[in-house]
Design a binder for this molecule. Structure first.
Ligand code: ATP
Length: 386
């Protein structure tokens, strides 16, 4: 076995011990083992060249650190709980899984309106038809007119996939489950399958629900032999869950997958996402709208509109533009003396000028390269189903 393979084994065994101790309410032991697992994961991050694996180890370590923090701050657990439930899962275990869901998955009722998402008209229309109408008017989607249960948003990072999914949930007043596929897999090694099942059970309880699963590509790809098996099991569980949504037509639950690496989503998974929508880099008009959204309520001087800045930012993603705005808006603050800034509430802050935006533009480069874009367009031609 390779040295990284061995390290992975060590990390897994510490993590397994940590999870067992955690379940048994042995806080101290759990903390020690989580910390050891994190230390080894840090080494793995250092030694591994594969960016997917690096990300996976990083997410796992982050989850364990979060768990340690929680254990350190939480009161001592009550060890003894009630009898086993009929499903064979004890109340304590159910509580643990609920806690894991709460830790791994962000559940919310987002307050993002369509207008908060600049342009992306084609994607919005497709999502309206595929998700919002069926959830709001289930009576119209009976018989042959079956609603979509799986929608995949693909495209370069920072172009509004998460925003779109939140806006959909907000428009149909659905509960929004925000899950990262990479973290659900690595969370509680060995617990991921139950986590997936619980996720969909909870989504069913709280419907209408949108399950947003980011980084669906993390469910496949070339990983070490150790991971392969667990990845396959979680993927099977997930595919069964999606099939369950399709067969229970009255359930108002939709899974929205998102990926920056659509070519890594394997055929079986791809098939379950019946609608595949390309969320592209913003066009000039869209970039202008993103500038407007991110300078709302900001005092500007000498800027009547953002058309010129929009022209100068071809190739930038929405997130890049949001960053440019943030930098520019900070500029007037940086000019103030720190003493004034922290103590004097009356200190005058000047308006943000075009010069501030230009300076910020000098510092920030587009995060997506033209060659990467070609890959998305290729995939769109082959597999998109809008
Ligand atoms: P990733 O693939 O990296 O997860 P994403 O496509 O899901 O990225 P979002 O998280 O939706 O991107 O967007 C990142 C940030 O970029 C948003 O919080 C927002 O500030 C800005 N942004 C991106 N696209 C838009 C848009 N169309 N309208 C307004 N803001 C946008």
């Amino acid at each position: 076995m390779s040295s990284t393979g061995k390290l992975y084994e060590y990390a897994s065994s510490y993590a397994t011990r940590a999870v067992e101790a955690d379940r048994a309410g042995k806080r101290q032991e759990a903390i020690i083992n989580y910390v050891r697992a994190v230390e080894i994961l840090q080494k793995l991050i250092h030694f591994t060249d594969n960016p997917d694996l690096k990300q996976l180890y990083y997410n796992t370590a982050k989850d364990y650190i979060a768990r340690v923090k929680k254990l350190q701050t939480s009161k001592k657990r009550i060890k003894s709980r009630g009898p086993n439930t009929s499903s064979g899962v004890s109340d304590e275990e159910t509580g643990e899984i609920d806690q894991a869901i709460a830790d791994t998955i962000i559940t919310e009722k987002p307050d993002i309106k369509w207008d908060d998402v600049a342009n992306l008209q084609t994607a919005k229309q497709a999502l309206r038809e595929a998700i919002i109408w069926p959830i709001m008017r289930p009576d119209l989607f009976k018989g042959a007119r079956t609603p979509w249960k799986g929608v995949l948003l693909f495209g370069p990072p920072g172009c509004g996939k998460t925003l779109l999914a939140k806006a959909v949930a907000s428009e149909c007043d659905a509960t929004f489950f925000n899950v990262s596929a990479a973290s659900i897999m690595s969370k509680w090694l060995g617990e991921s399958e139950r986590l997936v099942k619980s996720l969909f059970d909870t989504a069913r309880d709280k419907q209408p629900s949108i399950v947003f699963m980011d980084e669906v590509d993390a469910l496949t790809g070339t990983r070490g032999a150790n991971e392969h098996d667990s990845v396959r099991r979680v993927k099977t569980q997930l595919m069964q869950a999606i099939d369950g949504l399709t067969s229970k037509k009255d359930d108002r639950i939709v899974i929205i997958g998102a990926t920056n690496l659509p070519e890594h989503v394997d055929i079986a998974m791809r098939r379950r996402f019946e609608k595949r929508i390309y969320v592209q880099l913003p066009e000039t008009e869209a970039r202008e709208a993103v500038f407007l959204i991110h300078t709302k309520d900001v005092q500007l001087e000498g800027i009547d509109d953002f058309s010129r800045l929009a022209e100068w930012t071809e190739g930038f993603s929405g997130a890049d533009i949001a960053l440019i705005c943030r930098e520019a808006i900070m500029a007037p603050l940086r000019e103030l003396d720190e003493k004034d800034l922290l103590k004097d509430s009356t200190s005058e802050i000047r308006a943000v000028t075009l010069q501030d935006f230009l300076k910020s533009l000098e510092k920030i480069n587009p995060s997506v390269s033209p060659s990467e874009l070609l890959g998305y367009e290729d995939w769109q031609r082959q597999f998109a189903a809008e």
